[in-house]
Structures are given as structure tokens and as C-alpha cells.
Design a protein around this ligand. Structure first.
Ligand code: DGY
Length: 326
């Protein structure tokens, strides 16, 4: 009987789908990440890998695990995968797009509003016993009505956020992408702008691009300096897209107004990070897709992809379709 390695405990329904197709499962359930060598070792005797968490699927791994029929990631992001090496190796790899767009956009929206009203910091003041007498000029946030939302990467998640921002606050939508999103322009009257214009015009700038060589460190002191002093920076994509020390400098020096992060650099973040004590900053521990509904859909999608790979069929959410071209 062929075996599938699953690197974290996931939804029982998803595991059942795989079992029902006649495959055996090994589910790694320790509360720590596998080292690259441990992952390679564990893949021995398995025909496919359902990878959950930050496992590096690099050239070394792919060369060491040529026997796998396919790898299904339980994430939309695939920055830990060396896609070119996978193509060279003939290894089909899938991800879980679409099913997490709404949940992740919810977190971007939550952060946008929480930063604008200093919500996390205000909560902490109560815990510290600092809820004193009413001072009308204290604890003031900013409103979002009619402001401009800039979206870097207006794809599935960015579009969901833009829809919410437009519906809730009538926000103007500007965006920068590799290519124009005609659907968003029609639906939301969104305007395509250059990256520099995006920095210049956005009151809230939300990042929804993949982490690549080009996007690594894209938000640094130089870019923050081009943003408005009232700007709120939101990152729910990948922490390495912003330079964290530069973000701290930009906030400390009031170059930008605030930041909302669901992703940090590194993760987990240092609990002594100055970001955690700033009034206009809200940080969450990478929970964009963490709802019961979404994690269930992601697990089932990953399971369906693994089953296809094991049967030698095309994985529906393959990230390297070159694999299937004759
Ligand atoms: C994703 O799916 O890429 C989320 O960020 C979880 O890693």
C-alpha cells in the first residue's frame, strides 16, 4: 500500500479522503518544525508528501526525494519551493489558492481598522490599569471614510480586501500589479498606478504579492519615505517583503503613521520587538487563513491534489504546469 507523509495534524475529513482511496498515512505530530534532513529521512518509504508549515522544498530536497510522485502544499504561498528545480526534476507541486482569499482579506481589514483606531494598544492600557479619566484629546485614531486604499498585488486576496474597503468606507482603490486587473477596475472603479504613485497616494497600503527575489525587502526606508506621513502599512503576505528594522525606524520617526502585520520577519517574532509596544501598530501571529472553515477547505484541497498525483493524474492546483506539457 502506498504511503503519504503529512507534516502536521490537519482536518480528519481530509485525511479520510486519502485513506478512502486506499493509501496509508504517516502524520507527523510533534510541536516543532522538521529539519531539512529529518524531512528527507521521513519521506523515505512514502509516495507523496502533503507539506504543512515552512518546509523547504529546495533543490537538495528534490534531488533527495525523486521517488515522490507529487507534493501538495497546504498554503497558497510557495516561496519555500524552488519551482525551477521542481520543473527540472519533474516533480508536480500544488498549492491551495482561492479558498483562503476571504479569510486572509478579513485579517487585512481587521488590521487596517485596528491600527486606525489603535485598538490593540488601547486594550493593553486597560490591562495595565491605565484607563484613567476622560481626556478628549487623547487616544485619537484616524477615520477611513473616503480615504485611499493602495493594493500592491490586486489578485484574489487584494480584490476581497478592496471590495470590503469600498463597501465599508467608500475608499478609493488604487493598485499596482504586474498586469492590469480589468475586473477590479470595472467592479470597484480601481485605478492602476505605478509603484511610486501607489506609495505617494495611499492612505492605507496593503501588500498582497508573493515573496520573490523582486519583492524581498521591497518596503524599506527608501519606500517608506515616499509614503504619506498619515499612511498605514499592512502586510498579510510574507514578512520578508518588508525590512523590519526600517519599518521600526519609519514608525519611530513618524515617517509613516502606523502598521498592521500578520506576518513578520522573522517568524515567530521576537517578543521584545519595539513593534509590540507602539501605539499605532497591531501585530498578529500569521493567522490569515486560520478559520475552521478555511483550514478545512485548504486541507481537503491539498488532499485532493495528493490523490491525483498518486494516481498519476494532473494535480488540479499545480503550481508548475510545465510538468504536464508534452
Ligand atoms: C498561505 O497559505 O500562504 C498562508 O500564508 C499560510 O502560510
Amino acid at each position: 500500500m502506498e504511503k503519504v507523509l503529512v507534516t502536521r495534524r490537519i482536518s480528519e475529513n481530509a485525511l479520510e479522503l486519502i485513506r478512502n482511496e486506499g493509501y496509508e498515512l504517516s502524520v507527523y505530530s510533534e510541536s516543532r518544525d522538521l529539519t531539512p534532513m529529518e524531512l528527507i529521512k521521513m519521506c523515505e518509504g512514502h509516495a507523496a508528501l502533503l507539506s504543512v508549515g515552512p518546509n523547504k522544498i529546495d533543490e537538495h530536497f528534490l534531488n533527495s526525494c525523486k521517488h515522490l510522485k507529487g507534493i501538495a502544499l497546504m498554503s497558497v504561498g510557495y516561496d519555500k519551493v524552488d519551482v525551477n528545480a521542481a520543473i527540472k526534476q519533474g516533480m508536480p507541486i500544488s498549492n491551495t489558492p482561492d479558498v483562503l482569499s476571504e479569510a486572509t482579506a478579513d485579517v487585512a481589514f481587521l488590521l487596517m481598522l485596528s491600527v486606525a483606531r489603535k485598538a490593540f494598544y488601547m486594550h493593553k492600557t486597560i490591562e495595565r490599569g491605565e484607563w484613567g479619566f476622560f481626556e478628549p484629546m487623547k487616544n485619537l485614531g484616524q477615520e477611513l471614510y473616503g480615504k485611499t486604499l493602495g493594493v500592491l498585488g490586486l489578485g484574489r486576496i487584494g480584490l476581497e480586501l478592496a471590495k470590503k474597503a469600498k463597501a465599508a468606507y467608500g475608499m478609493e482603490i488604487v493598485y499596482h500589479n504586474r498586469s492590469k486587473n480589468q475586473n477590479a477596475e470595472r467592479l470597484l472603479d480601481a485605478t492602476y498606478v505605478s509603484f511610486d504613485e501607489l506609495l505617494r497616494q495611499s492612505d492605507v497600503l496593503s501588500v498582497h504579492v508573493n515573496l520573490t527575489k523582486e519583492t524581498t525587502g521591497m518596503f524599506n526606508l527608501t519606500t517608506f519615505e515616499k509614503m504619506k506621513p498619515n499612511a498605514i502599512f499592512i502586510n498579510t503576505a510574507r514578512g520578508a517583503i518588508h525590512h523590519e528594522e526600517d519599518l521600526i525606524t519609519a514608525l519611530q520617526n513618524k515617517i509613516i503613521w502606523g502598521a498592521g502585520l500578520d506576518v513578520t520577519n522573522p517568524e515567530p517574532m521576537d517578543r521584545n520587538s519595539p513593534l509590540l509596544n507602539m501605539e499605532n501598530v497591531c501585530v498578529l501571529p500569521h493567522i490569515g487563513s486560520a478559520t475552521e472553515e478555511t483550514r478545512e477547505k485548504m486541507a481537503v484541497m491539498a488532499a485532493q491534489n495528493i490523490i491525483k498525483a498518486l494516481k498519476g493524474e494532473r494535480m488540479p492546483q499545480v503550481i508548475n504546469p510545465e510538468m504536464y506539457q508534452a
